[in-house]
Design a protein around this ligand. Structure first.
Ligand code: NAP
Length: 283
């Protein structure tokens, strides 16, 4: 499997481009004029984004791919080779989350968070970094979260997965910098996308308390930060303050507060009794 043909053209590959932040980042990246490869499962979603980019004069390509298929990097590479492109910039925006008690959420779904947010992101990053370093150009823009700055009781697997994304990205940033390759981690707070509905996070007090940013605004900040070769981008004042609070407030205070704000009054007790949290052993 080649990591990019010398005669091929550089492309921005946006994984998770069928909607949300990925779609917004694809829009911003397309303004630079080069080919943009849109990756996600939904063919309709990809076709819709591609039509929008084409109408704006850009050159989109679509690759319908399930990151859980096990051979995502290889299949994506084959599609790039077929189109005479190489991955100059990789944007890892595909991500999933789940709010709820770890003992009540299905184990399979929680492990699925690791598969998409950690395994697939790592596999794609490692696959395409080799070519970037050989060419001494390009880079990776990973979508972390303010959740990457603290453990998150009530959404533990998601926060842990984002902690991995930030740590992995920051390590690679320093490792790749001497070779002219940038790895940036964008760490937004709540953004008004379907993620908040699908993950259930939008129903928690925590996400209701923080302002929801516009995905286009977050995409602009993330892309500008990436092009400025920044290690971390935290779009918006509220997210910056939340990240700061995570680093200065002791965990003994911070974690129970997050647990409280992430819980809903209708949540069931993690003990499995089927009773509501407040009417059972939960405090
Ligand atoms: N929204 C927020 O509040 C927020 C805040 C901080 C960080 N983030 C992070 O930002 C990133 C983007 O989030 P978003 O808000 O844009 O979420 P979103 O609107 O739910 O979009 C998620 C994208 O990931 C793709 N995807 C999910 N599972 C996939 C799979 N198995 N294979 C291929 N593609 C898959 C989806 O496409 P298909 O369904 O078509 O496959 C979609 O394009 C995520 O990493 C998220 O954790 C979001």
């Amino acid at each position: 499997m080649s990591a990019g043909l010398s005669v091929s053209r550089p492309a921005v590959v946006v994984v998770g481009a069928s909607r949300g932040l990925g779609r917004s980042i694809a829009r911003v990246a397309a303004r630079e004029g080069g080919p943009v490869v849109l990756v996600a499962r939904s063919r309709d979603g990809l076709a819709d984004v591609a039509a929008e980019l084409r109408a704006a004069g850009a050159e989109p390509f679509t690759v319908a791919l399930d990151l859980l298929s096990g051979d995502a990097a290889q299949r994506l590479q084959e599609e790039l080779d077929r189109s005479g492109l190489y991955c100059d910039v990789l944007v890892n925006s595909a991500g999933i989350g789940l709010r709820g008690a770890a003992t009540l959420l299905p184990v399979k779904d929680q492990i699925g968070i690791i598969d998409v947010n950690i395994r697939a992101l790592s596999e794609l990053t490692l696959h395409f970094l080799k070519g970037m370093v050989a060419r001494k150009r390009g880079g990776v823009l990973n979508l972390g979260s303010i959740a990457s700055f603290t453990p998150g009781p009530g959404m533990a697997m998601y926060y842990a997965s984002k902690g991995f994304v930030r740590s992995f990205s920051e390590g690679l940033y320093t490792e790749m910098r001497p070779f002219g390759v940038t790895v940036t981690c964008a760490c937004p707070g709540p953004v008004a996308t379907e993620f908040l509905v699908l993950s259930g996070a939008g129903k928690s007090m925590l996400f209701k308390a923080l302002p929801r940013l516009d995905p286009d605004y977050v995409a602009e900040r993330a892309w500008r930060g990436f092009r400025a070769r920044r290690r971390i981008v935290i779009p918006g004042l509220s997210a910056k303050l939340a990240a700061l609070a995570s680093s200065v407030v002791p965990s003994a205070l911070m974690l129970p507060l997050i647990a409280r704000l992430q819980r809903r009054s209708s949540d069931l007790c993690p003990c499995g009794s089927g009773k509501r949290y407040g009417n059972c052993c939960g405090k």
